[in-house]
Design a protein around this ligand. Structure first.
Ligand SMILES: [Mn+2]
Length: 313
């Protein structure tokens, strides 16, 4: 129904929504609510992820909201809109956490599935606190990252970019036995891996990816997730630094953007109910390549969400 709005006749910059989605003032009635989380107060270096939602909207004039080669037009049957950004107080960490949580609780109550662009990886924790209802079973987690993000604390802080998955598992928001990490290659202390092992998280390192290939990786993700309600949290630093230089904690030797697109495409059929794309830092980007690659990843995540559900009608 939004096909006309989602495919402007002239490709030109202007005020357009994420992936050329139309804007909506609330998630009510939507199948999928695209949104931004301009939060980066949980980071300590190469900060700038708060600028990503605006950069994604600016560059969405380059994004293609359909793929004729594969017969895809996610905007045709599903109601998808950009509902804007979670409200952030840029000088108040705790208030921002509470506001992100409240924003995603509202998305949940509307019945829409959230697909957000962050923001640093801290934001996944308040997103899940808002989006996972008390009556829900814990979510399966498909987690692309160079780092496990399961530290207990960093510098005395228990909520930051290094800890969101530990906090979410402790709160019962994620089922660790249905949590799979892809792209892991940078861990300099034993604590986060010991936690992951203890809880039964499946950690696929880059060496595992090299051995398994794309098809084997997709198969392993499907085995871990099963038919559970699943969430995709995609940290752009899962990508090789050459494919995503604009990020807070770059780690050479990661996935190519092509690997990432093909793995995501292979996840269609899983019961994915939401997702976030985080850790893009536009001030450290090079020629906007991270934003442009990120938009392709966001589109692929959208098609996974669309494939998982019939339109609400
Ligand atoms: Mn991360």
């Amino acid at each position: 129904m939004h096909a006309d709005k989602a495919t402007p006749s002239a490709d030109s910059p202007g005020r357009i929504g994420l992936l050329k989605a139309p804007f909506a003032s609330s998630p009510a009635g939507l199948d999928i609510a695209l949104c931004g989380v301009p939060f980066d107060l949980g980071s300590y270096y190469r900060i700038g992820a708060r600028q990503t939602p605006a950069a994604f909207r600016e560059y969405s004039w380059l994004a293609r909201p359909a793929n004729e080669l594969r017969g895809e037009s996610p905007f045709h049957r599903h109601r998808i809109a950009d509902i804007g950004d979670a409200p952030i107080n840029y000088v108040n960490f705790d208030q921002s956490m509470a506001q992100i949580e409240a924003f995603f609780r509202q998305v949940r109550q509307s019945g829409a599935c959230p697909l957000s662009v962050g923001g640093d990886h801290t934001s996944t924790y308040p997103i899940l606190r808002g989006y996972v209802d008390k009556t829900d079973s814990p979510l399966a987690m498909i987690h692309f990252d160079a780092h496990p993000d399961t530290y207990d604390e960093i510098g005395g802080s228990r909520v930051n970019v290094g800890t969101p998955f530990r906090r979410a598992i402790e709160d019962g928001l994620i089922d660790p036995r249905r949590h799979v990490m892809i792209g892991i290659r940078a861990v300099s202390s034993s604590d986060p891996l010991a936690f992951a092992r203890d809880k039964g998280i499946t950690v696929l390192t880059m060496e595992d990816f090299d051995a398994m290939g794309r098809a084997g990786t997709i198969q392993r993700i499907k085995e871990v997730v099963g038919n559970a309600r699943a969430y995709i949290s995609f940290d752009i630093d899962a990508l090789d630094t050459c494919h995503a230089p604009g990020t807070a904690a770059p780690e050479p030797g990661g996935l190519s953007v092509r690997d990432s697109l093909m793995i995501l495409r292979g996840l269609r059929g899983l019961n994915v109910v939401g997702g976030d794309l985080v850790e893009i830092s536009p001030p450290f980007d090079a020629g906007n390549v991270t934003v442009i690659n990120g938009l392709s990843i966001l589109y692929e995540m959208l098609t996974v969400l669309v494939a998982a559900r019939p339109p609400r009608g």
